[in-house]
Design a protein. Sequence first.
Length: 748
Amino acid sequence: MAELPAMIQDLALILMVAGVVTLLFKKLKQPLVLGYIVAGFLVSPHMPYTASVVDMSNIHLWADIGVMFLLFSLGLDFSFKKILKMGASPIISTISIIFSMSVLGILVGRLFGWTQMDCIFLGGMLAMSSTTIIYKAFDDLGLRQQQFAGLVMSVLILEDILAIVMMVMLSAIAGGNLEGGQMLGSIVKIVFFLVLWLVVGIFAIPLFLRQVRSLINAEVLLIVSLGLCCAMAVFSTKVGFSSAFGAFIMGSILAETVEAERIEKLVEPVKNLFGAIFFVSVGMLVDPHILVEYALPILTLVFTILIGQSIFGSFAFMLGGESLKSAMRCGFSMAQIGEFSFIIASLGLSLGVIGDFLYPVVVAVSVITTFLTPYMIRLATPVYNALEHRLPSRLIRAMNHLSMSHPNTTESSKWKRLLLQMGLNTMVYGILSLAVITLMFMLFLPFATKLMGGQWYTNLITGVLTVMLIAPFLRAMIMKKNRSDEWMALWNESNRNRLPLLFTVLVRMLIAASFVFYICQHLANFAPALVIMLGIVAVVLIVLSRSVKHRSILLERLFINNLRSRDIEAQVHGKKRPLYEGKLLDRDIHIADFEVPQNSLWAGMTLMQLNLGRKYGVHISSILRGNNRLNIPDGKDLLFPLDRLQVIGSDTQLGAMKAAIEKEVRQEDCDFEKREMKLRQLIIGQGSPFIGLTLEESGLRSLYNCMVVGLEEGLENLSPFPPSRKFEEGDIIWIVGEEDDLNRLLKM
């Protein structure tokens, strides 16, 4: 008999132990991530009393795949549009937290005399709070609907994004690229490929999925999405980034498609499997001897995270414009590290730049801080109350009004928005133009040279085709925003604005011309004056060309339509939140979603009967039922099970409604065996109380909860029993009901 491969044996051991341990952790209401880590510790070579895995290299390979799928799933949850709509507040808070916690991590590492790379990677690990653990804690504590929880989740999303960038930067640092020029080059490289992949991906992939939508079922969609994920991961490694970075980018591209929710559901089991293997592999690196040896650093790091996030995290949210109480609730909630810390530690180990001790130390710190997370969340309000009683009221008021907003004139604000939009457009279209030029020179030019024998007209054809391909981008770079609301307002407000506005057009024309200069200079040895003249002529022709204008507008509209496709689908099916959500003037008022449970006592009642406005002070703005949306429902509208209610109110009001909707449900029927329906024969005998009564008068349905299904008259089939017919002596009727009700009836 052939021996079973070691990989299958290891997988069986890992999954069996992980299954048992996670069941225990589920019973104890602890995060499953901790269960996976404990399972990894139990099956690791460091645990002499239990069975251990045989081949660690296979486990690490599967763990790398797990990281890739974890970040792919994270990308599916992420939307660049949401980040852009958040404004500056969460960005300020996120950058402040990452900077302060990274510095604290580096200082603690220095305190214990660790190497420079250990300290740098430790700073990155301490800066990353756990999205999974915090989300689970909010869910368990019933705080997910509160406003501060939404702020925390916004910052966590941004932290995850910056963690991806941090991993790329740490890889560059680990490779010895510590000089300023090389670091700047790495940042430019990240921005270049990030913008290129997102723009090209959002343009091409939705088009592809739209064309094959009728051919795709669940199985095909899973294979296609995982194929795209792996392809981007491979391409990412080819250009010098990690596979995890590429997987995240592909996930974020697919997040903007209509199929995003289906892909997320299909990929989830795959992510859960490989993600479990990754966290189990994390637990395998926990060495008890190292934990004992580094007990003091572990406890120091735990207190650094708890105190650092409580102080610097709260201050960071205050910088973002939150009141002291809200900022403290946010800061205290983030006092732990989790999955991204493990991923950064894995990166350091794979690069061979951090000590073997650092991984188990970070895992131990994560386990301790995870257990303490619910207590830290609960502790925020008592600490605030204590500060409120001890600090001067003037200081409390000053901190409550701390904000990063500064007075600005209307005109300067318009200039700021206009220049920012122009700069962003120039960068995006410039990157696209540079990508097209690079592809033409690297792929088309060698092919054309080989085909045509390297004649002078080969370069001419390549140059003309390249300019034609980038022409829509160059025209958009020059002309876009020249008729925007900000431009027209500034032009009409003052004559002083007109010369600077024309200067912005000139600058963008020179930038566009520089691309043509580069193409001419690369493909021909023309004199500089001739190159400049050709560039200017080409740019003028591009601006004046109606064909180029049409192509430019068409490409932009197609891109915007792809970018908005998921929003359009959500609006059509009633899943998109109202646009006014972010415009409520009162900071204490926001919108929350509540689902009517299947066994809710509210089901079948009208809004007038429920009287939610008077009871809880909330307003029902919409009822989402299936793919339909009922906006501004009136008092006569009924609620049905699984209706999703969009409710406007304060944290207190929404909390009261949440408690009521969860409490007012029908209790589960524990005696469901007695609910079985049975069929019985009833003979109307002499002296029966039913003689001379109709069905309604007999009370068979109302009093005995039974139903007559037919009258036996000696025929092949039962005859129907008319409602007006009266029971007579000798009638044989067949009745359906529960056994207790039938027994009660038959005793009559």
